[in-house]
Design a protein around this ligand. Sequence first.
Ligand code: PXP
Length: 239
Amino acid sequence: MKRLGVNIDHVATLRNARGEYHPDPYSTALQVVKMGADSVTIHLREDRRHINDLDAKKICKTKKVLVNLEISINEKIVNNALKIKPDYICLVPENRKEVTTEGGLNLVKYKKKLKIIIEKFKKNKIRTSLFINPSIKDVKLSKELNVDCVEIHTGKISNLVKSKKEYNKELNRIKNCSILANKLNIEVHAGHGLDYQTTKILAKIKEIEEFNIGHFIIGESIFDGLSKVIKKFKKIIKD
Ligand code: PXP
C-alpha cells in the first residue's frame, strides 16, 4: 500500500508572514494524520525560513505522528537532527538562494561525508533517505552508501506534465530507477512539484512506496479544504 507524506513547511511560511502563532504547524501535523496522511514532512532549513527548531522539536516529540525531517548535510544541522530524533530523515541539497529544493544531492561530490552521516543515523535507528535525481548512477551510489531509501526528485516530470510537454522520457527514467532501487532493496519514494495529475501518472509505478507532497496540498486546500485534498491524494495513490 503506497503511503502519503504531507509536507507542512508552507503552513509555517504562512504563520511566519505575520510573525505570530497561526496557523500552527504542530496542530497541522496532528490534523493531517487524522485526515489520512501516513506521515508529515518538515524541512528544517539552515536559514530557518519556515519550520523552526521549536516546531521541529515539538512535532518530532509527539508519538502520534510519524515525522520525516528533511535536512542538509551541514554538520550543525545533522547534530541538531540527532538530538531532535525524528522517525525518518531525508538528506537534501540546500542552497541559500533557492526558492525550493532544486535538484537531487550530488552523491559523487559528497560520498564520503554522506557515508559517515548515514552510519550515524543508522546507529540511531532513524530510517534515512537520500533525495536524488532520477539517475541510474545515483541509485547505484545510494546502494554503496547503504541507505534505507531514496526519494526521487519529481520536479522535472511535474513541470513537463503541467506545461503539457512530452514527459515519457522522464517517466521512463523514474521508472527504471525505481525498478533498480527496488531490486537493490532500497525503498523508493517520490516527491517535489507533485499535483493530482503527475501523482496519478507516477502512482502506476508499483515500486514507489511513498509520495511526499507539500505545496500543491496546502495551496489546493484553500479551495477544497485540507481533509478533502488529502483524501483525494490517498485515493489516487491507492488506485
Ligand atoms: N520531497 C522533498 C525531498 C522536498 O525537498 C520537497 C520540497 O520541500 C518535497 C518533497 C515537497 O515538494 P512540494 O512542496 O513541491 O510538493
